[in-house]
Ligand binder design. Sequence first.
Ligand code: SF4
Ligand code: SF4
Length: 394
Amino acid sequence: MVENVKVGVFLSDCGGQLPKILDFDAIMGYVKGIPGVVLVERSSEFWRGEGIKKILDAVKRGKVNRVVVAESVPKLGEINIAQAVEEAGLNPYLVEVVDLKNGCAWPHRETPREATEKAKAMLLAAVERVKLLEPIEKIEFPVLQSALVIGGGIAGMQAAMDLAELGFKVYLIEKEPFLGGIAARAGTFFPTDDCAICIQSSTSDVKTVTPTSRKCVYRSGISEVPNLKILTNAKVVKVEGVPGNYRVTVEKRPRYVDESKCVGCNLCIEACPVEVPDDYNAGLKTRKAVYINVPNVYPPVPVIDEEACKFHECARCVEVCPSDAINLDQKAELVSLNVGSIIVAVGFREFDPSVIKEYHYDDYPDVITHLELARMIDGFGPTGGMILRPSDRK
Ligand code: SF4
Ligand code: SF4
């Protein structure tokens, strides 16, 4: 424990609401007996007004050097109280805020005796924690004006474009061969039928569109945004350094198709003899070993599935490619990036309904998930926008 700790505990009764459930006299008596507690105050609120003045007065007079506040607006209260005690001369990280209303009284209103015991336990924990806290000093250090965004779904794309348009150098990396993530598979969203992958217009667009307008991520030219470099088929393998200056190693797996040479003719896809289930379309159709998810993806360049491809045994795609864009010997490469900050926007995986046996997802082919339905509704999807039973395609 830090030497000479003097804890002040400030209990808000929420304008008299909490004592209807919690025994405040018992709580105050209990808290006064906790070693290290030198002051216990009660008021209707402590995060502003007269309440916060009591905290500041105790800090300024040196009566307390640690502060525990039981307040019903924990987030806002914590910010206000921390700022105020800092102005009063106490390090703002020596404050602990607990929520006796939403975390205790309200959920246990039917059992007030037990709720009172829980409130005592919460306050004991807060006091013991604040006794162990040590001041954290603010430091300033240079920060590189560049950022890495991990995840090329809708959230990652939005973050990357916003930062790039603010003037930061941005790297957007996506582990799949194409951008879009789950949102791209979802097709359109209820109730506006907006394309799911449309993004909110950034503030820099307010001259041409309203602030609430949305725009197509592809037509808006994500690949043309200055300062934004996109790496698909890539994953982070190492992060070193400190906040403000990270060195990130990214492994870029081979696409086997040169993005700068491909003209998007799709002749390679037509020529490829290998067909495999199409995961992007939830297995509702097949695709070739060289493929592109849907017409509007970025990059608009096919990728070769190395688990399905027969490579030099076949090489039909190489023969038909008019621009010599395919290199079946391409290797993975490591790319080193230097960035000041990292945004992780890796999204989520669709829930596997087979773990809930009552759904019979594994038993009946016509039990489908939301994304399987979405792929069917999508005009570019496996059924061309028709909703069909997977079992008989009717
Ligand atoms: S080399 Fe692979 S991708 Fe190319 S046509 Fe043959 S199987 Fe398809
Ligand atoms: S055949 Fe060549 S140019 Fe045409 S889509 Fe395939 S890789 Fe691109």
